[in-house]
Design a protein around this ligand. Structure first.
Ligand code: C2O
Length: 564
């Protein structure tokens, strides 16, 4: 196994899109950032030099970090941010995973531009499908004109009216406006007729799930989140924030030029406030003439942007490629959690009498089991766990069921009038859940009516979980356990909970440490749809979290340097 070493210089840079110059935050002058390309079993060493005027962490999204949670890079969860002008080295091994993951900044909204692909190649060089001629990351993201730090502040203040200017494919807007010529601004994939391409489709967007199509071509989905899938043929890929979907595309169309499109999937009620976000790229066959032989460049037909069902079917149709070692689905359950994903309202300021209805004194927050997660701002949870000084920082009483039963998805039970007025008063707290080592855990994530406009890509750090089933409406144990796939479920680090539906997962707590769990929509994280799992040490040194290495980034008493 090799050591793969990178230096990431994180800095500000001006970039121009649609005639406007914006200050963005990037790694090594690149947007998206450099690809980390490793072989399973390698050690990764990344030196991060922070030249930004505020703190920063880098998270290796989906890397299991077996017994190395201090390298996970979740700001204020597993480490303190790297202060401006400082360096930090991440060092970890990549084992037991093959396929596509990604990396991103994990404080504030910085991941919109500080991100890149993380590719893990099989040790023997063999894929369970014909070796592609080439593989290509397709990073679907967003272009924000608003400064990302400002965006974060606004969202923290309860303003959720901001939108990106456009979608991006590998950093390009694919726009046809007057001041930017299409060809200059689009991502171009050059192909040769008859060859096959492994497209590693990653959604790095803060706000939207995306539909992705290439005119005249179909895909075979072969992997997701660093695990193989049973080959699944489709003409459209759906990718939610946090997900990475591997597809094979064979260049089998008549040699010509073809458009590709990434279209943001929007809430069902057409909201005139929300513009359509797309990015358009080009597939260009070798030998095709520049003007496409005088013919129009075919455009893929996209679904209605407000139709969320294609996403539901896409996700529910995928199954894992049964693997004798990886697919040991736990058949018994030691601990069951039923977790509702919702919204609530809290009072801001002191001594205000917030009524139920939204008033200037109330702020809308996102919840799991009616608790809104309060992120520590001056200390890291892992540091407190190591030191045994959690008092006043976090408690271990994350509710394993919602506080009281209600019908989660029946809109008729919501009083008429603005949705905000139906919000339950809630509170902010840093409540974690502790598990013994080797516990078999089942979680049902239940979306609620209050989340009516969004799906919830729930991401658990440090684990791949078996996704046993997804469904619409209320989860009904008697009826729905029959749908559980114990034979070849997908192994995922990000699980799509459909809008107005549920998802059931299982995993065994075999990786001790501190692990963040959150929705991968940025506004949901900021609003508090998060918690963290503590997994206790096992009986032996090999099953325990080692003491922190010297590079573990503590906050110590220098809390000041970590604030933005
Ligand atoms: Cu992609 Cu908590 O992260």
């Amino acid at each position: 196994a090799a050591v793969v070493e990178h230096t990431f210089v994180v800095h500000e840079m001006n970039a121009t899109h649609l005639c406007n110059t914006t200050k963005i935050y990037v790694v090594n002058g690149q947007f998206p950032g450099p690809t980390v390309d490793v072989t399973e079993g390698d050690t990764v060493v990344v030196h991060v030099i922070n030249k930004l005027p505020f703190g920063l962490t880098i998270h290796w999204h989906g890397v299991r970090q077996m017994r190395s949670c201090w390298a996970d890079g979740a700001g204020f969860v597993t480490e303190c941010p790297i202060p401006p002008g400082n360096k930090h080295t991440y060092r970890f091994n990549v084992t037991g995973q093959v396929g596509t993951l990604w990396w991103h900044a994990h404080v504030t909204c910085l991941r919109a531009t500080i991100n890149g692909a993380f590719i893990i190649r099989p040790r023997d060089g063999k894929y369970p499908f014909p070796t592609p001629a080439k593989d290509v990351p397709i990073i679907i993201g967003e272009w924000w004109e608003l400064d990302l730090i400002e965006l974060d502040r606004r969202m923290m203040d309860g303003n959720f009216d901001d939108n990106p200017l456009s979608a991006t494919i590998n950093g390009k807007l694919g726009d046809l406006s007057n001041c930017s010529r299409m060809v200059e601004e689009s991502f171009i994939l050059d192909v040769k007729h008859g060859e096959s391409y492994l497209l590693r489709v990653i959604n790095t967007a803060l706000f939207s799930e995306y539909y992705f199509r290439v005119a005249g071509h179909t895909f075979t989905v072969v992997g997701a989140d660093g695990n193989y899938l049973t080959p699944f043929k489709t003409d459209m890929v759906t990718v939610a924030p946090g997900e990475a979907i591997d597809v094979i595309m064979v260049a089998d169309a008549p040699p010509a030029h073809y458009h590709m499109i990434a279209l943001a999937n929007q809430p069902p009620e057409p909201d005139p406030q929300i513009p359509v976000f797309t990015s358009r790229g080009l597939v260009r066959y070798a030998g095709a003439t520049a003007n496409n032989n005088g013919l129009p460049v075919p455009m893929p037909i996209m679904p209605n942007q407000h139709n969320t069902m294609p996403s539901y079917y896409f996700h529910a149709n995928l199954t894992g490629l049964a693997h004798p070692e990886r697919h040991r689905v736990p058949m018994h359950v030691d601990e069951r959690l039923f977790v509702t994903l919702g919204l609530g309202s809290i009072c801001r300021g002191q001594n205000t009498t917030c009524k139920r209805r939204r008033s200037p004194e109330t702020i809308v927050v996102a919840t799991m089991n009616n608790v809104s997660f309060a992120h520590p701002k001056t200390t890291a949870l892992l540091e407190r766990y190591y030191d045994g000084t959690s008092k006043g920082v976090y408690t271990e009483d994350f509710p394993i069921r919602p506080p009281r039963p209600f019908n989660y998805t029946n809109r008729d039970l919501i009083p008429p009038g603005p949705l905000e007025e139906a919000l339950e008063p809630t509170f902010k707290a840093t409540k974690l859940k502790r598990f013994k080592y080797n516990t078999s855990v089942e979680i049902i994530f239940q979306s609620t009516t209050l989340m009516q406009s969004d799906s919830n890509p729930m991401h658990l750090h440090g684990y791949d979980v078996f996704l046993l089933a997804q469904g619409l409406g209320n989860f009904n144990a008697k009826r729905d356990v029959r749908k559980f796939n114990y034979h070849n479920p997908q192994l995922r680090n990000t699980v799509q909970v459909p809008r107005g539906g549920w998802a059931a997962i299982r995993f065994v707590t075999d990786n001790p440490g501190m692990w963040y769990l959150h929705c991968h929509f940025e506004f949901h994280i900021i609003m508090g749809m998060a918690t963290a799992f503590i997994v206790e040490d096992g009986p032996t040194p090999e099953t325990s979290l080692p003491p922190p290495p010297p590079e573990f980034k503590r906050c110590g008493n220098n809390a000041d340097q970590t604030t933005m």
